[in-house]
Design a protein around this ligand. Structure first.
Ligand SMILES: [Zn+2]
Length: 162
C-alpha cells in the first residue's frame, strides 16, 4: 500500500469514528477588552470553530465604539501548513489543518514516544493521515502509517497486504 492508500483508509476510519474536523475561522484585527471580569482577547493568529468565532464577535461588538465595529469580522482561515494540529481556542473542537515539515517532525516524535498499540483511536488515524498527506515519501511516516493500519479494529489482513 502506498502513502495515498493508507491516508485514505485512515481518513475513512477517522470519519466513521466521528472525527469531523471543522473549518477554521479567525476574527479580523486584534482586540483586548476587559468586561465583567472577563478578558475578551483575540488576534489574527487565534483560530476558532465558526460557532465560537461568531459568539466571541457578538460579545465584543456591543462593547466597541461604533466606528470600530467595522474593523472586526469573522472570516475563514486560508489553509496554511502548520507546525501542529489545530483546535478551536475556545471549545477545543478539532479544526482542519495541513502540516509543514516541522509539524511532521514533531508528530513523528510524538508517535515514536506513543506508537500505535491496541485499537487505533480515530483521532490518531486522522493525525497520522495528515502526516501522510504532508510527507508521503517520508519513510518513517510511511512506516507509522502501515503500523497504524495494523491497529485498525476488525483489521482485515487481506486488505492490509493488498
Ligand atoms: Zn469552538
Amino acid at each position: 500500500m502506498d502513502a495515498r492508500h493508507i491516508e485514505t483508509r485512515l481518513d475513512r476510519f477517522a470519519k466513521e469514528g466521528g472525527i469531523v474536523p471543522l473549518r477554521p475561522f479567525y476574527i479580523w484585527g486584534e482586540f483586548r477588552i476587559e468586561w465583567n471580569g472577563e478578558s475578551l482577547y483575540s488576534d489574527e493568529a487565534h483560530e476558532y470553530c465558526e460557532t465560537c468565532a461568531d459568539a466571541l464577535l457578538a460579545k465584543l461588538l456591543p462593547l466597541l465604539p461604533e466606528d470600530q465595529r467595522e474593523d472586526h469580522r469573522v472570516s475563514a482561515t486560508e489553509l496554511h501548513h502548520e507546525d501542529t494540529s489545530k483546535n478551536c481556542m475556545i471549545c477545543g473542537a478539532l479544526l482542519d489543518y495541513a502540516l509543514n515539515e516541522c509539524g511532521v517532525a514533531s508528530e513523528l516524535d510524538h508517535y515514536r514516544a506513543y506508537p500505535p498499540a491496541g485499537k487505533l483511536h480515530p483521532g490518531d488515524a486522522f493525525h497520522i493521515a495528515r502526516m501522510l498527506e504532508a510527507a508521503p515519501a517520508n519513510r518513517a511516516v510511511l512506516r507509522l502509517g502501515k503500523a497504524a493500519i495494523q491497529h485498525l479494529p476488525q483489521h482485515d489482513g487481506a486488505l492490509a497486504t493488498a
